[in-house]
Design a binder for this molecule. Structure first.
Ligand code: NAD
Ligand code: ZN
Ligand code: ZN
Length: 344
């Protein structure tokens, strides 16, 4: 008889997750077992549970890619981590290690990459099977709860800001200041940037100011693009779009300064009309960005360990997952919900 655990499982797209028993996985050769202490809830989990994206996971599966916990068992041949280490099991669950992208430290775009909580079972469960070569090493002094949002929302926005090719003293506009965006503001400030926060919700914009934003613009108004241009003296040098809404994308390109960079990280389903003329005439770079590499992860966690970045967290139990996902869909989560596990 195998050991059982509690898990929140997507059994069918668009249906509530099912809280049920699931076998505790046994680590095979080169694998580890992590006992979950905390797992953040990302908007991506909602896309996963709805089957929003062209490449879909296969139900039944366990979402969650901000899972943090202690290593409780290691398979044979594992040298990278040991029992008792605190690790995170991120979106980049594993990669091949040999392709041109892996060899150039762009393992995030490896064609054989596996994704935590998507192609591999994730952190909405009491235990997670993981690849020791790709787990995040959680710095001593950073709690599991505080680390959880960093391993997706944190690393994604930290990397996205780097990809925006800004320098200290430049302006960055952050469109969407929820789970990702409220951390993006803090990374950007720590990196010496001026920040213009953009959201459709005034409460989120007030929160953005508390997080350090220098200016805030409501995206719902027709004048939003002009307001950002005014606040940033001609458009933001970098724009980071985290909003899970297509409307934000065209707007974000419009907010970009001439010769600036607009980084796309939000992933609403669908396509956005690309303002080709403006992009060409203004020599704007539009660039996609996916989470971050293992090196980006170590850097993103170091900011948190040093207290320069701190997620604003609401704790909930695993059993509340469906209510949390419903609220996330309605835009009714202030920043990040982290699921806290019983005896963590
Ligand atoms: P969230 O729900 O916590 O926050 C989204 C925020 O966007 C909310 O504050 C909401 O009010 C705001 N928003 C909605 N419509 C907007 C609009 N038109 N203009 C401006 N703001 C708007 O979500 P999250 O967890 O921060 O995730 C955001 C998106 O990023 C999701 O699509 C998710 O899948 C994606 N994501 C991508 C990566 C990546 O590697 N590229 C990583 C993590 C998440
Ligand atoms: Zn995520
Ligand atoms: Zn590879």
């Amino acid at each position: 008889m195998s050991l059982k655990m509690q898990a929140a499982v997507v059994e069918a797209f668009g249906k509530p997750l099912v809280l049920r028993e699931w076998n505790v996985p046994t680590p095979g050769v080169g694998q580890i077992l992590v006992k979950t202490e905390a797992c953040g809830v990302c908007h991506t989990d909602l896309h996963a549970a709805r089957g929003d994206w062209p490449a879909k996971p296969t139900p039944p599966f366990i979402p969650g890619h901000e899972g943090i916990g202690r290593v409780v068992a290691v398979g044979s041949g594992v040298k990278a981590v040991k029992e008792g280490d605190r690790v995170g099991v991120p979106w980049l669950y594993s990669a091949c290690g040999h392709c041109e992208h892996c060899l150039s430290a762009w393992e995030t775009v490896c064609g054989e990459a596996q994704f935590g909580g998507y192609t591999k079972d994730g952190g909405f469960a009491e235990y997670i099977l993981a690849d020791p070569n790709y787990v995040a090493r959680i710095p001593a002094g950073l709690s599991a709860i505080d680390a959880a949002p960093i391993i997706c929302a944190g690393v994604t926005t930290y990397k996205g800001i780097k990809e925006a090719a800004t320098k200290p003293g430049d302006w960055i506009a952050i469109s969407g200041v929820g789970g990702l965006g409220h951390l993006a503001i803090q990374y950007a400030k720590a990196m010496g940037l001026y920040v213009c926060a953009v959201d459709i919700d005034d409460a989120k914009l007030a929160h953005a100011k508390l997080m350090g934003a220098d200016a805030a613009v409501n995206a719902k108004t027709d004048e939003a693009v002009d307001a950002v241009k005014k606040a940033t003296g001609g458009g933001a040098h970098g724009v980071l779009i985290t909003a899970p809404s297509l409307a934000a994308f065209k707007q974000g390109v419009g907010m970009t300064r001439k010769r600036g960079t607009c980084v796309l990280t939000g992933l609403p389903p669908g396509e956005f009309p690309f303002p080709l003329f403006d992009v060409v005439l203004n020599c704007i770079t539009v660039r996609g960005s996916l989470v971050g590499t293992r090196q980006d992860m170590a850097e993103a966690l170091a900011f948190a360990a040093e207290g320069k970045v701190k997620a604003d967290i609401e704790l909930q139990p695993l059993s509340a997952i469906n209510a949390v996902l419903d609220r996330l869909q309605r835009g009714d989560v202030a920043a990040r919900v982290v699921l806290e596990f019983a005896d963590s």
